[in-house]
Design a binder for this molecule. Structure first.
Ligand SMILES: N[C@@H](CCC(=O)N[C@@H](CS)C(=O)NCC(=O)O)C(=O)O
Length: 198
């Protein structure tokens, strides 16, 4: 199995963390492929031109959520997803976390547009408000997280790490101390420590 990824992608980071968590690194070939390089093999695997993408026996699997679900189902019988699939509240919390990741990446793209002098104040403001509302909502719902480590932990860890990596102007630890505690608790876990964003 071949995984196209970048070290800077929070989506790919979820997949990398899951691979470490379930101990299947030796079964995957990791191919670092920056989407902007438009590598033909990568574009043939994912016409959307986005990482991550998993290729397996001529079959391409995307996006990050589907890849994580596929690997978890095939190698653990669903240990990391089952607790979420069993509870609609957790499914919703998972959707909120993946939605937060989308907004954080959209804010990053807006930063890059800023480098071209075309940042939109309207969207910048809108993303900022969505991010603060969503972090507050996740903090309120942290108690819902199952004791057993699952895909929700991975996704939330990846969001918080991405905040530190690309959005250092957002002082989330001050405004959301429970999220800071969560991060502190899990940042030493192997799957996180071995897959830093860079
Ligand atoms: N929904 C996708 C999103 C993937 C995504 O947007 N990846 C970004 C990197 S963080 C990307 O490859 N962007 C390149 C582009 O949009 O052209 C997933 O969960 O995998």
């Amino acid at each position: 199995m071949k995984l196209f990824y970048t070290k800077s992608s929070p989506y790919a980071n979820c997949v990398r963390m899951l691979i470490t968590e379930i101990g299947i690194a030796s079964q995957l070939e990791l191919v670092e492929s920056h989407p902007f390089d438009n590598d033909p093999e990568f574009l043939a695997a994912n016409p959307l031109g986005k990482v991550p993408c998993l290729s397996e026996n001529g079959e391409n699997i995307l996006d990050s959520e589907v890849i994580c679900d596929f690997l978890d189902a095939n190698f653990t019988g669903g240990t990391l997803f089952n607790p979420v699939y069993a509870d609609w509240r957790l499914k919703t919390l998972y959707a909120i976390c993946t939605g937060l990741m989308d907004t954080l990446v959209a804010r990053r793209m807006e930063q890059m547009r800023g480098d071209e002098g075309i940042r939109s104040d309207f969207w910048w403001q809108r993303f900022n408000l969505a991010i603060s509302r969503t972090l507050a909502e996740i903090e309120k719902k942290l108690d819902l997280l199952p004791d057993e480590f699952c895909i929700l932990h991975i996704t939330l860890l990846s969001c918080l790490a991405y905040l530190d990596f690309r959005h250092q102007d957002i002082d989330w630890r001050v405004d959301y101390p429970e999220l800071a505690n969560f991060f502190k608790t899990y940042q030493t876990r192997d799957c996180f420590a071995k897959n830093r964003l860079s």
